[in-house]
Design a binder for this molecule. Structure first.
Ligand code: ZN
Length: 120
């Protein structure tokens, strides 16, 4: 009789990575952070203690301000220091204002009546 169960090593490798954030090392954090934010942040000042202990990072666009955040939270946020968030808000506000003042608006009323008739 021959069986194919000669190797048993696939059993332990599945156990090591199950708990979300349970055993995240600095290397693993950096890998994930770079996947998510690319080069948006500078992680060279990090003093790693654990996934849930705050570390200091810097936004490469606004290096004046250090951001203190836990690695866990950092991977959950969209990234962005206060300055980034403000810039993003201003940019979307401008976009909205430009859309409102666009001349297309008066034309939209006439086309609305036709746009409803999509079914045959
Ligand atoms: Zn920033």
């Amino acid at each position: 009789m021959t069986s194919h169960e000669g190797t048993a090593d696939h059993q332990d490798s599945s156990h090591t990575f199950l708990g979300m954030g349970a055993r995240i090392t600095q290397d693993e954090f950096l890998k994930r952070a770079r996947q998510r934010f690319a080069d948006q942040f500078d992680y060279s000042q990090i003093l790693w203690r654990s996934f849930k202990s705050p570390v200091k990072i810097r936004c490469t666009h606004h290096p004046v301000q250090e951001i203190t955040i836990t690695p866990e939270k950092h991977l959950q946020t969209l990234g962005g220091c206060r300055h980034c968030l403000r810039e993003r808000r201003i940019a979307s506000l401008e976009r909205e204002l430009n859309r409102r003042s666009a001349p297309e608006r008066s034309l939209a009323k006439g086309s609305e009546a036709q746009a409803v008739k999509l079914t045959r």
